[in-house]
Design a protein around this ligand. Sequence first.
Ligand code: GLA
Length: 729
Amino acid sequence: MNITYLRENNSFKLDTDNTSYVIGIVDKEGFIGHAYYGARIPNEDVAYLMRINENPLVPSLNERDRSSFLDTFPTEFSGNNVGDYRESSIKIRDKNGASGIQLLYRAYRIIKGKPKIKGLPETFSDEANAMTLEIYVEDANLGIEGTLSYSVFNNSDAITRSIRIKNVSDDTIYLDKIMSMCLDMDDDNYRMLVLHGSWARERHIEYRKIGYGKQSVSSIRGESSHQEHPFIALVGENTTQAYGDVYGFNFVYSGNFIGQVEKNQFNSLRVVMGIHPEYFAFKLVPGDEFYAPEVVMVYTNQGLGHMTRTYHDLYRNHLMRSSFLRKSRPVLINNWEATYFDFDNEKLLDIAKTAKECGIEMLVMDDGWFGNRNDDNSSLGDWWVNETKIKGGLKKLVDDVNEIGLKFGIWFEPEMISPDSRLYRQHPDWAIAIPGRIPCRSRNQYVLDITRKEVRDYVYNCLATILKSANIDYVKWDMNRQLTDISSARLEADRQGELMHRYVLALYEMQERLIAEFPNLLLENCSGGGARFDPGMLYYSPQIWCSDNTDAIERLSIQGGTALIYPLSTMGAHVSVCPNHTVGRVTPFETRGNVALAGTFGYELDVTKLSKEEKEAIPKQIATYKKFNKLIREGDYYRLASYRENNYYDCYQVVSKDKSEALITFVQVLSQPNMHSIKIKLQGLDDNKIYKISGSEESHYGETLKNAGLLIERLNGDFQSKLIHLTEQ
Ligand code: GLA
């Protein structure tokens, strides 16, 4: 990694191991231009790539047609209402109600390490392993100063970007829009890869053709959402997992977002990513600063797989802080699909006893243990244990479970309030609602206005009190509805546009408080399955429930899309019963185990009701989990085949960092008649090492397995699967 200021041509060059990013300062006015982002190049002048010499359009030479310059100039951060008609990156309303901003260059600083982004999750580093370029910008007319930040990391091809803005004028202004990044580049026939979905169908990979105009992914739901994901990749025409160009953009934020690609009249692309401007307007009084969340960019010409592994390593080394990141998590059993709301301490203890016999290590008590909650119509906010169900209280239950030999975990939904709750009867104004309008219910619940300190203190204290009352090792923090009726009883009229961002900041503050006060707690985030699976949440919790869909086959798509960016060790994955509760599919117990192995691994079923064979299979599955968990948690992930593309089988591989072993998971989704064995070309092995292949007498060079491939015998039947372990001989 390196960041250089090239004085002769007034430009900045950021280098990662394999990529370069060049920013040029243009014209005496100080336009900040984007010259280059791609494979690594030497330190020489590439300002010509900004094409400023093609026409005499530079404003200082020809003011007559200023917009011809601004509307084509590849900029680092587009202005608004000043001549660039492409997407703006910032919009500020001044005291007269006018908006017009152009941030121009003032100065720079190159520093070791990476300064903090106040109140937000972010990648971090010590001084030895990262460098940051800060470009100081201003709009002198408005009295706005800003800092464009770029960081590079040792041994990584990622570059992070963010911006902060300060009102240095004497007047109040309103920040109506702020993107965290803007990147202008030539279109090279890229396709746009996005992750789309729905409840129980999160993060499916979709390719889109890029046409003229704007195409985007976004959420205005108050969370990153089931439906679209704060991620875009621009993928070359012939790019595969192993070869070709990819530009990835991932937003480190858990609320409203937009990621947009715009193809203009000159076939150039503008990519922007940031907080969604809908519902957003932040008041900045003189002296106020606003920190925008960061975007993690990855460029590679080595295919999607290299992008994936770059994100995995960056997030494992520079984003996730939990001490559990590098530990094997306890194998848990969660009672949600086992009992839903219908449980009591006896039922839970029965599950715990049988679970213990099978080698399971932790019982997680899901929704339904508090207030008067026997279905999803009541009690959110009433965080005291329901002693009709949990006779003798929570401490007794936890002690009993510990006595059996299991750890104990518990479910909360801290941000919510049921209209039918004691809390709502006492504090109806704590729910987010527009005065005079009955708020929209979803799952028969409202959202708490956690931007109010007294509200977040109340819920936080409820949670902390419960955690201190018994020996609790794990919390599942759920969030089961999206935001509507955006209005806070406490914000002044001209600050209502701050609510959705303040909500996310409040959530971060609460989780920060939780992990600081309970450093040994294992925290799993969740949102109706995987609607808040994003890098922001990974800053607080080392794992996130990936989806309410536990069907092994659907999980191949969900986990395949999720693992495109996020490490396998972050994906909550459980073995559940069949027919599967969401899709009704019947898959072998073994396949359910093999697929869950690619995540945090656990069970979500009534273990007392399993057949003898299934019960006997659990200790074997747990032994497999223990055997491979370190490899899966720390290794390099290669997606070898996807049944969504071949309609036949799925295959992925994890290779240890020292390349001494690898695990291949093969799932034959649809059995095909009269076919021979399947040849899979492996990736990531050491060419010169000889690998022994489990389940056979064969050994082969890594180079042979890469170029010639491994034969995997056809399995008999749909949904069959197989694990193959390669060990260095
Ligand atoms: C959400 C979660 C589930 C479960 C239920 C409980 O849907 O994703 O795992 O906890 O809530 O209501």
